[in-house]
Design a protein around this ligand. Structure first.
Ligand code: AMP
Length: 282
């Protein structure tokens, strides 16, 4: 396994791989890798000749008061995990390498980037799509792997790849969870012990709401959401940011009567840590 730090070095490797008839799988990450990330890597390893994991804490997707500076960067540990998982290349550029002085270009998917997480984190998805577009041009993947944990991000990236004709298949991967149901996330390491305990209520509450829908024990979306909101709000320290029921393809909010397939999407703060999760209802 090699760590590549320059755009030109990575592009040369990708070009050579394609020339030799090899397929490339890309797993874009910000590092602090956990089993969730590694499930994407394992899938990429099965489906491609060459596996590239990018590790880049992308400043353009953080707001001014967010956790860019304190975001964990355990590169040694991440490299060991990637080596063990059979990764061929880690692409780990500096901020200057990705955004040299005078950088001016943004890639933005309109509409989809402006609600839910986009509303609460202005500019976030524009930062994500800009870096992902660059990563696609740099690593030239046949397949790129994204987690359903970040469901809005996955939908936006799919739309960008399709609208801009990137020759890449976006592969959605299921959310990996801790034993108590909490979605794995690099940000879980910020949680104090009592917050970590309380955090399991997010998934438990979403799963409870899903059960009600499945058993047809609920009358309307409004009623379901009100109950869910109350349940979540009773979790010590948890402050809800949004809870919605959406159509999974378009992210459109559903009203009144639930239509399947649907997804319940959630964001909230537990102390200083922002957590998101979602659950599919088929
Ligand atoms: P991040 O490093 O948080 O930007 O995540 C990199 C990729 O891993 C994204 O596509 C995420 O959706 C995905 N991911 C993060 N957490 C999980 C998880 N618990 N299960 C599956 N995929 C995940």
């Amino acid at each position: 396994m090699k760590i590549i730090r320059t755009v030109s070095g990575m592009q040369n490797i990708a070009r050579a791989a394609h020339k030799n008839g090899k397929t490339i799988g890309l797993v874009p990450t910000m590092g602090a890798l956990h089993a969730g990330h590694l499930s994407l890597v394992n899938r990429a390893r099965k489906e491609n000749d060459v596996v590239i994991v990018s590790i880049f804490v992308n400043p353009k997707q953080f707001g001014p008061n967010e956790d860019y500076l304190r975001y964990p960067r355990p590169l040694k540990k991440d490299s060991a995990a990637c080596r063990k998982a059979g990764v061929d290349f880690i692409f780990n550029p500096s901020v200057k390498e990705m955004y040299p002085e005078g950088f001016l270009t943004w890639v933005k998917v309109e509409k989809l980037s402006d609600f839910f997480c986009g509303k609460h984190r202005p500019g976030h998805f524009r930062g994500v799509t800009t870096v992902v577009a660059k990563l696609f041009n740099i690593t030239q993947p046949d397949r790129a792997y994204f987690g359903e944990k970040d469901f809005q991000q996955l939908t936006i990236v799919k739309k960008m790849a399709s609208d801009l004709n990137f020759p890449v298949k976006i592969v959605p991967c299921p959310t990996l969870r801790e034993k108590d149901g909490l979605a794995m996330s690099s940000r879980n390491s910020y949680l104090k012990p009592e917050e970590r305990k309380a955090a399991k209520n997010i998934h438990l509450s979403l799963a409870g709401a899903k059960r009600k829908v499945k058993k047809k024990k609920t009358k309307s979306i409004e009623e379901l959401l009100a109950e869910l909101e109350k349940n979540l709000q009773s979790t010590p320290g948890l402050v809800n940011q949004y809870i919605n029921i959406i159509k999974p393809k378009t992210l459109e909010e559903q009203k009144h009567h639930i239509q399947l397939p649907a997804r319940i999407i959630y964001a909230g703060h537990l102390g200083k840590t922002r957590l998101i999760d979602n659950i599919e209802i088929k």
